[in-house]
Design a protein around this ligand. Structure first.
Ligand SMILES: [Zn+2]
Length: 286
């Protein structure tokens, strides 16, 4: 090869390398730009208090269909599972949470799950009869008895009507409800077995009379007393009205859940607009 040819070959090689570097650089820049665009979609959700990376696509999709919601609510609702049908994508309840355990239409307890330390509520604080569903977990039972005793002294009595129910008891309740009303109605007022808070031994339905009037409890002064005082004993109203779209049940003014005085008071004083499902994903499931 003569000198001239060598110069031409080296020049061509040089131009080729420069072009190659230019192409690679531009390709990388494009990639970065694309990533930034994708990142942008998640940023508002990432800035909320309970962002979960594994749910990020669902936040975007849910927001697309619910633009009136703020990002904080979108993230909470998707974490609860509300972007999916009730009783789909069911997971196991985290029983290590103790008094703060969450059970709902997406989270279930095993058929074998029986809480420790179940104790019978004193008959003084329970309606006549219904003896097969008179137990609560010891701490909840003691707090319930105190609350009931104080409510009676105040002439706004609150008696237990139905407390701990086993998986099998819930199964027969649910089966009866389906037989009587069909499954779509049954699902709005009776939990499916494994999905009932009553299986935790931390939930109780109440009445204002010894003969039991649970279904009209919401119209009584005893209900008013509960709204203002239940938290002092560690109980919260679990299925409030106007939140049916979150908890998935009809308004149940008779159903209370023990979470301990600290959390119940925080919810009453600072987060009275949240259901326990929301509160759980905002502050407990960290
Ligand atoms: Zn109940």
């Amino acid at each position: 090869m003569n000198k001239k040819k060598r110069v031409i070959a080296i020049s061509i090689l040089f131009i080729f390398i420069v072009l190659l570097v230019a192409i690679i650089t531009s390709f990388e820049n494009n990639l970065v730009a694309e990533e930034e665009v994708i990142e942008d979609r998640y940023t508002p959700f990432r800035n909320t208090s309970n962002f979960k990376n594994e749910n990020k696509e669902r936040y975007v999709a849910y927001y697309e269909n619910n633009k009136s919601l703020d990002y904080e609510d979108v993230v909470t609702y998707v974490n609860i599972g509300l972007d999916r049908e009730y009783y789909s994508y069911i997971s196991d309840s985290d029983i290590s949470k103790g008094n703060l355990i969450l059970v709902n239409k997406y989270i279930k307890l095993d058929q074998e799950y029986i809480p420790n330390n179940l104790e019978e509520i004193n008959s003084e604080y329970f309606i006549n009869g219904n003896n097969s569903v008179r137990m609560l977990v010891k701490e909840a039972k003691e707090q319930f008895e105190k609350m009931s005793s104080d409510s009676i002294k105040n002439n706004t009595p609150v008696y237990g009507q139905s407390a701990y129910r086993s998986y099998d008891q819930q199964q027969s309740l649910y089966d009866n409800a389906v037989e009587n009303y069909g499954d779509s109605v049954a699902d709005t007022d009776t939990a499916r077995p494994g999905h009932s808070e009553h299986q935790t031994g931390l939930a109780i339905d109440v009445s204002s009379t010894k003969s039991g009037n649970m279904l009209t409890f919401g119209n009584t002064l005893s209900y008013e007393w509960m709204i203002n005082n239940a938290h002092k004993y560690g109980f919260i109203l679990r299925y409030p009205k106007e939140k049916e779209n979150i908890h998935g049940y009809i308004n149940e003014p008779w159903h209370y859940r023990y979470v301990g005085v600290e959390i119940a008071t925080d919810m009453h004083d600072n987060y009275s607009d949240l259901t326990y499902d929301e509160y759980y994903y905002k502050f407990i499931d960290k």
